[in-house]
Design a protein around this ligand. Sequence first.
Ligand code: DC
Length: 221
Amino acid sequence: MIPVLTIDGPSGVGKGTVANIVAAELKWHILDSGAIYRAFAIAASKRDIQIDNTEQLLELASNLDLRFAPDSANNILGVYLDNQDVSSELRTEKTAELASKFAMIGPLRESLLKRQQDFRKLPGLVADGRDMGTVVFKDAPYKVFLTANVEERAKRRLKQLHLRGITGNISHTLEDVRKRDERDASRKHSPLKPSKDALIIDTSDLTVDEVVTKVMALVKV
Ligand code: DC
């Protein structure tokens, strides 16, 4: 049985940061499931496929030419769509918002399921997203759900955008984060919610190192 650690939670909570550090410490593989939804959104919008055209969306999902090339030296995830580097476009709020809209479609989620489960390889996997512990890796032995108040998450998101050279302001970011969480949490299919067996960690007043220590303690038991 290949071990999986799932890290779910709302946007801007720091899942990606924690997942990367923990995966590096454990020397496990990593899955950024949000990047799959984001890349899908870019591909669909490039082809001008509308959100209600389920048939074309499903066809695109099964043929999506998506490749990840992790660059651990620079701690970034290179994402290639149809052999083109879309890593920068992937991280914009516009892409995030579109990804969250496509992510509401149940059949589309199902068709992206196997692509995500294929990341489960020895010696283990750290998977971050919204439904890793509740749906995609329901049988994972280690599950974490990170939370933080919305103001703190907006601040973290803004800092991350600035580091990537993307400008934004706090009130817009706060609004974006709020809207996206509401959509992700209230959708019918695989909504954002903690798995019953997940360890819930409120990270509002914790440093990244403190969160990592708590997560590592869970995996090492
Ligand atoms: O984690 P992220 O910000 O990159 O995710 C972008 C959007 O993709 C998020 O708002 C909802 C969707 N998503 C999802 O529905 N399920 C996941 N496991 C990961 C992301």
